[in-house]
Design a protein around this ligand. Structure first.
Ligand SMILES: Nc1ncnc2c1ncn2[C@@H]1O[C@H](COP(=O)(O)OP(=O)(O)OP(=O)(O)O)[C@@H](O)[C@H]1O
Ligand SMILES: [Mg+2]
Length: 504
């Protein structure tokens, strides 16, 4: 890609970037939220067609001028997008063959389609069936299907835009196997991620973007990762990041949240218990982390407290001494509870509305007087959030779905913070968020507990969960198999406990 320039209504998102990837090379494309990574890749994938950008694209030396993703695919480009738009009511196989259904006698050849899909699935070794509806699959497996869809096209260049953000550890291992196989077939791979540890596992070279420019490039020398990591981070944020994990000094008060004898059943198979009779308390000013493997029930605990769990649960939940009867998010919000869900596309944003409106939705009732919105107050609150959380947008009036992925996440967080909850529930709050903004989110969490709020959260990034939480509860087999203060236990020990291999 030579000297690519891309603007949105006059605002430059990519400001003259040149990227090259060799055959058999995995290039990691890194940079903060809003740096322009997805945008330049959408230029390559034909989503932004020729005429809408400046610069040239060449594959094997030949100029490529695509007007659409279909044309780009024919030229050899396959892209797995950051924001998925799967067809939920269609089957896995139909999603895979979306753009080129096999036809026999004028009809879709369902047998062939399912068979080919089965082959692809077997090659990866995941537990999915071609005829399952996409809706019935968890987010991670939907992502795998999106990957299968691109794999069955015989492309030369594969683009993965934050593919692992909703994948489990095992699915990630599978994905890396796929990428290594593509590499050995001489394909070129561009890999976007905010997880630097992954980048060091899979990439050969790194290109970093900052503010629409290319700010640095290097070849990874795997022996010297610490120094290289530092260099990459400073290319990303333009400065050194100190104090990745700020310490909170909040005073701990009375018990705020008390969960007693909570049992949560699997919504699919009636009497299987995901959580089996657990009890715990959290004091005012405390940050408590839920640790556990995928499927340990972290999300289920959070959504049960918030009243949006789809299955059956029973137990007693008390907030500041009062027993709660919560059956819907509306009732939870009334009790000053907020939940940031892990799936922001499905539950977090209202795509057609502006950034400002999205941020202030839950507090409209509060800032409306006699049914009339106080526009100025709404704007002030929204502007302050945009500033505090470093949400990158040219204007608060922009549609939220035009923000970069990580900035959408920050806007959803801002929305919930503005409800000034007593109890804040966070499910994977830093997913897809860049390093600078992660630190920002930790600082906000600390500030909130210093004001007497209570936070219960889950994150699959164990280092942050363990550093930021005052206490962590380790979940395994439906039980709480450990309750540790910050610093009392190692990551390895948490993992061993959670997988049931830890013995004592
Ligand atoms: N359709 C659009 N209309 C207007 N602005 C846009 C549009 N798409 C992207 N932008 C802007 O372009 C800039 C770059 O966004 P992009 O999505 O490329 O960032 P990114 O590097 O992929 O970030 P992230 O890590 O958060 O995914 C952002 O400021 C974003 O708001
Ligand atoms: Mg992006």
């Amino acid at each position: 890609m030579l000297n690519i320039v891309k603007a949105f209504s006059g605002v430059l998102a990519v400001k003259g970037v040149t990227l090259t990837v060799a055959k058999g090379e995995v290039m990691a494309l890194l940079g903060e939220n809003g740096a322009g990574k997805s945008t330049i890749m959408k230029v390559l994938s034909g989503m932004y067609g020729v005429g809408s950008y400046e610069g040239e694209i060449k594959i094997d030396g030949n100029l490529v001028r695509s007007h659409s993703p279909q044309e780009a695919a024919r030229a050899g480009v396959a892209m797995i997008y950051q924001e998925l738009n799967p067809f939920l009511d269609m089957t896995v196989a139909e999603n895979v063959f979306m753009h080129d259904f096999p036809v026999k006698n004028g009809m879709v050849d369902v047998k062939k389609m399912n068979g080919e899909t089965r082959k692809l699935i077997e090659a990866i070794g995941v537990d999915i069936h071609p005829t399952m509806r996409l809706r019935s699959l968890p987010a991670g497996q939907q992502q795998i299907v999106a990957i299968l869809r691109e794999l069955h096209i015989d492309a030369k260049v594969f683009i993965f835009d934050e593919p692992t953000s909703s994948l489990t550890k095992t699915e990630t291992v599978k994905l890396f196997e796929i990428i290594r196989r593509l590499k050995s077939q001489g394909k070129s791979i561009i890999y976007i991620s905010h997880r630097l540890d992954e980048v060091f596992q899979i990439a050969d070279t790194v290109s970093v973007m900052r503010d629409g420019y290319l700010s640095g490039e290097m070849e990874l020398d795997h022996g010297n990762s610490e120094a290289q990591m530092k260099q990459i981070i400073s290319w990303m944020v333009g400065r050194d990041v100190k104090d990745m994990y700020p310490v909170n000094h909040a005073e701990k008060g009375e018990v705020s949240l008390s969960v007693q004898n909570l049992t949560i059943y699997d919504p699919l198979s009636g009497d299987k218990k995901i959580i089996d009779n657990i009890s715990f308390t959290i004091r005012k000013g405390e940050i408590v982390g839920l640790a556990g493997l995928v499927g340990a029930g972290r999300t289920e605990i959070l959504s049960t407290i918030f009243g949006c769990y789809k299955g059956v649960s029973h137990g007693t939940i008390l907030l500041d001494g009062k027993a709660l009867e919560i059956h819907s998010p509306r009732e939870a919000i009334r009790e000053n509870i907020a939940l940031l869900t892990e799936d922001r596309r499905a539950n977090g944003i209202i795509a057609q509305m502006s950034v400002e409106e999205n941020i202030t939705v839950p507090i409209w009732r509060r800032i409306a007087r006699h049914g009339v919105m106080n526009r100025k107050q709404e704007l002030d609150i929204a502007r302050k959030s945009i500033q505090d959380l470093l949400i990158k947008c040219h204007s608060g009036k922009m549609r939220i779905d035009n923000l970069s992925g990580g900035n959408q996440q920050k806007a959803v967080l801002a929305k919930w913070l503005n409800t000034e909850p007593r109890l804040l529930l966070l499910d994977e709050p830093t997913r897809g968020v860049d390093i600078g903004a992660k630190v920002e989110i930790y600082q906000i969490m600390n500030r909130l507990v210093e004001q007497g709020m209570t936070i219960l959260w889950a994150s699959s990034e164990l280092p942050e969960l363990m550093e930021i939480s005052d206490r962590i509860l380790v979940l395994g087999n439906g039980h709480i198999c450990g309750d540790y203060k910050n610093g009392e236990i190692s990551q390895e020990a948490v993992l061993a406990l959670a997988s049931g291999a830890g013995g004592e």
